[in-house]
Design a protein around this ligand. Sequence first.
Ligand code: ZN
Ligand code: ZN
Length: 336
Amino acid sequence: MTHDLVHDDFINDGEGERWHYRPPQPVRLNPLFQWPLRVKAVWDWYRGAWLMITALTVPFVIALLIYAFVLPPLETMRTFQVGWVFTVWMMNVIPQTLVAGGLHWWLYMRKGQGMTKKFDKRELTRKNGTFTFNNQVLDNIWWTLGSAMSVATVYQCLILWLMANGWIPTVTFAETPVFFVLWMALIPMWSSMHFYWVHRLEHHPKLYKHVHAVHHRNVNVGPWSGISNHWYENMFYFTTYFVHLIIPSHPMHLMFHVYFQQISPVFSHCGFEKLVAKESEVAKSGDFFHQLHHRYFECNYGTSEIPFDRWFGTFHDGSAEGTKRTRAHKKQMYTR
Ligand SMILES: [Zn+2]
Ligand SMILES: [Zn+2]
């Protein structure tokens, strides 16, 4: 496909009207998986992800701070006690509230950047019976803080307890610095792979109807929509942490994994492509890739980190052609 064709396809797209803003270029996928390998493009992709304020670096910084100042020492976690379990719960609830609440305040209450780079034309919904409490934001806060944070806390406490007792393999930076760093860098990839498969499963019509539909109430997504999931979905979604039962890990690996899994969806669902303050872009935030999933459902199940969607024919790059393909796929799924 030539560049011009893509451009035409974007212009002659009736669906384009439905967006307030959409990126002028097709959605990009990680160039690491494109052949022939373009080293500069791969470098730019990872530099963009790791060296700026992104859905990756914010969780990493939170993980470091929590590990350094809040996480109880492993020795105290050898037996279950209310004190440290409560601390772990707070370690989930407080950063989530600060980031999701902060972004919600800035983008939707204070309207700090108005409509600049906002994908959807609409406001978040109030007085709508589809949502718990008839209110999208309260619904999302409940499913995040009530359901997601509870399940996440249980899984994390279990892993920390196993680590503390030496019943699962652990590593330290001093012993294996190369492995330590490599495993840290691979965590987002593991999470992305796990998410693709769990998410595809959730789109099985039966599971979708009873479970995943809770997340998809949000077509017009906001920061609190990120992990606004049904109980059963959270039970699947957070099994990603159980990789630490097998791959030797340090508590810092777990912390990074936790905040990546819980905080990055806040950014990818925030509804804006970029955070803008005083005319300058301060952070990459929204994720048009996933915004398309919320509008057209049967596409972009994974993330742009590992292009499973391209490999399995479910990739929507934002173009009219992508919409057509997704609709055909949807029809085939539900008429079988
Ligand atoms: Zn979905
Ligand atoms: Zn989503």
